[in-house]
Design a protein around this ligand. Structure first.
Ligand code: SF4
Length: 633
């Protein structure tokens, strides 16, 4: 087997219109500034499409789908099997990045490719095969119309391979269709619809031609051991290992972030039947994680009908459980399997369905859907993916439907992307996070609900420090997304090094609340920057690592501003700004305006939410420089 030291620096550019490909390498400055993963995907997209970005049709041949490997993948660093997808979203009309832990990443990286850009449109359905020699093209007409399960079964025939596939949702242009790899998804923003519009049914990579070795093996061994130690002793991470992401259900019921009745309520004891703890007992769960993974948050279990199923993630449980007034976890798992096979984003689909239920109740739009009615959900999911009957409209997402029928105030979306299963009235920082996140109603942008309502380090019903924490975690998570290690490692890296671990909790809480900038100095992500240096040979400091994330985040915001985003878009649906009364004992609405203003100041944006020329220049974004890719063939 041949060896790659850290990065191959080889990228494939695939033109589906001509069924041809070429090889390029970004220059050293670009790799240093953007590293890999989502950050580098945004940069490559920007360099190629910044002219005409606003008018670029997400479902047209000009849109680019970038599949970007992270710099940690293949090295054995913790939770490093991940890769990113980046494109212009047909759901929001803005940039969208997504992270996936399926087998495609390892196969692609060990085939020798650090990333793939796909553009153009094939005349008929096509399957792209990738190996160390490049890309080949095959007729995929026989696969068109199949679900993601059967498609993967037909095309993956040995363990060296990893596939990316779409189901009927992507083929038929459902605006929130995802892309599947193994049992994992590039779920958000409609990437599957972009793939379908290109007539691209699947990409399959055959890897294990190369082993990936760090540039500095001794430094890697040191930082890898430290990282594992920190990850393996973090209590939050250990809860995820034991119960999966559904560990979050019981704290959500207590703190009032678990959505109920299309976010009309934010607590209901019946949701506890869908908690990680309850499901571990009911289904005798075992691990079913991305590979390799140190945390092991993924689980599977045996259901009453005898089938072994993946346990749905917290988001799916939240939006298909209490939010549609269903408290039967068996049903959520059945629907989760159906959505995964059809290739639908369970978050956007769930929030669109719950919007339709409330709209019908209020007489705004007739529907077969109703809260608590579960017997027609499976057939509606098929209608959505095939775009027939009521599914034609439901395939458009909640914002478009609310613009057509009314009911924007209770459409749980921001900038067109449906919100995940965290009610922002339970943590005002989470509200700010949703309002300003680049891809819309995204919980993973900064995830402050963890500090507010899960760890309870900072007061949830307060504006204090929220702008600082959102800005900090945006930078950190986008830096992590440049390595494509799993974001769930973040709290292990931050909170377990000596200083943070041994600072008395009350002191840390005080500092986090009143002096967030000082508290951020106590947190230590040195193992992450150490791993970057050891793997790539490009030494960096903690600050330098954070700067990669900041540059990526600001570039994405800049691209979104070019596509029309303004401060008026940085807000929440009226429900979260005006409806304080719920069944949760605490009354709360989110004071979004002053928090957004404070956030703009923190980020260096102007009053309309645009990065200033000075900020762009400081980060090397305004110079008009384009990546000097070196053509190899
Ligand atoms: S922690 Fe969960 S999501 Fe993250 S890499 Fe592991 S299994 Fe995948």
């Amino acid at each position: 087997m041949k060896t790659i030291i850290g990065e191959s620096r080889r990228f494939l550019d695939i033109d589906l219109s001509t069924l041809s490909s070429s090889v390029f390498s970004p220059d050293e400055a670009c790799l240093r500034d953007y590293l890999g993963g989502k950050a580098l995907g945004l940069k490559l997209f920007y360099d190629r499409r910044k002219e005409g970005l606003a008018a670029l049709d997400p479902l047209g041949p000009g849109n680019i789908l970038a599949f970007m490997m992270g710099s940690f993948i293949g090295t054995g660093a913790p939770c490093s099997a991940r890769f990113a997808g980046v494109t212009k979203s047909p759901l929001t009309g803005l940039m969208v990045g997504s992270s996936c832990g399926g087998p495609f990443g390892m196969a692609c990286k060990t085939a020798g490719w650090d990333g793939i850009l796909v553009h153009g449109r094939a005349e008929k359905p096509v399957l792209v095969r990738i190996d160390e020699n490049g890309a080949g093209f095959e007729d995929a007409s026989g696969l068109w119309g199949l679900g993601t399960d059967e498609t993967q079964r037909r095309i993956v025939d040995n363990p060296r391979q990893g596939a990316l596939v779409i189901g009927q949702g992507g083929e038929n242009g459902v605006l929130y269709a995802g892309i599947r790899s193994g049992s994992r998804f590039l779920g958000r923003g409609g990437m599957g619809a972009v793939m379908g519009a290109k007539n691209l049914k699947a990409i399959i990579a055959t890897g294990r031609s190369f082993s990936i070795e760090p540039a500095d093996p001794a430094a890697f061994a040191k930082w890898n051991a430290i990282a594992r130690k920190h990850i393996n002793r973090n209590p939050f991470i250990l809860s995820y290992r034991a119960y999966g992401t559904n560990y979050g259900v019981n704290p959500g019921v207590k703190a009032g972030y678990a959505p109920v009745h299309n976010f009309r309520d934010r607590t209901d004891e019946r949701c506890k039947a869908l908690s990680g703890e309850a499901m571990a007992e009911r289904y005798h769960t075992t691990h079913a994680a991305c590979a390799p993974c140190t945390i092991l948050c993924g689980h599977k279990g045996t259901y009453p009908d005898g089938k072994v199923r993946h346990i749905p993630e917290y988001e799916t449980i939240g939006l298909w459980g209490g939010n549609i007034m269903n408290f039967n976890p068996d049903l959520v798992a059945e629907w989760n399997d159906i959505m995964n096979d059809l290739g639908l984003d369970t978050i956007s689909c769930g929030a669109t369905v719950s919007w339709a239920m409330e709209a019908a109740e209020k007489g705004l739009r007739p529907s077969k859907l109703a809260f608590g009615k579960t017997d027609n959900i499976a057939s509606i999911l098929h209608d959505i993916a095939h775009r027939v009957g009521e599914g034609v409209e439901l395939s458009l997402g909640s914002r478009r439907l609310a613009q057509r029928y009314g009911g924007l105030d209770f459409a749980a979306q921001v900038k067109g992307l449906e919100m995940a299963a965290y009610d922002p009235r339970a943590g005002w920082g989470q509200g700010l996070n949703y309002a300003v996140a680049n891809r819309g109603g995204c919980h993973l942008n900064a995830y402050p609900i963890a500090l507010e309502a899960i760890f309870r380090y900072i007061p949830p019903y307060s504006r204090m420090g929220k702008a600082s924490w959102v800005a900090f975690f945006e930078d950190l998570f986008d830096a992590i997304n440049a390595t494509q290690t799993c974001q769930f490692t973040g709290f292990g890296y931050l909170l377990e090094p000596l200083v943070a671990k041994h600072t008395p909790r009350f002191l840390l809480k005080l500092a986090m609340t009143y002096l967030p900038d000082v508290a951020q100095l106590v947190l230590d992500w040195g193992a992450l920057s150490g791993l970057v240096g050891a793997i790539t040979g490009r030494r960096t400091t903690r600050r330098g690592f954070l700067l990669v994330g900041r540059r990526s985040h600001v570039l994405e915001r800049h691209m979104n501003v070019i596509m029309g985003v303004k401060s008026a878009d940085d807000t929440l649906p009226a429900r979260f700004l005006t409806e304080a009364e719920t069944k949760h004992p605490d009354r709360s609405v989110v004071p979004i305006v002053p928090m957004v203003k404070a956030y703009y100041r923190k980020k260096g944006y102007d009053s309309d939410g645009a990065p200033t020329a000075r900020l762009l220049s400081r980060l090397g974004i305004t110079t008009g420089k384009t990546t000097r890719d070196k053509e190899r063939s």
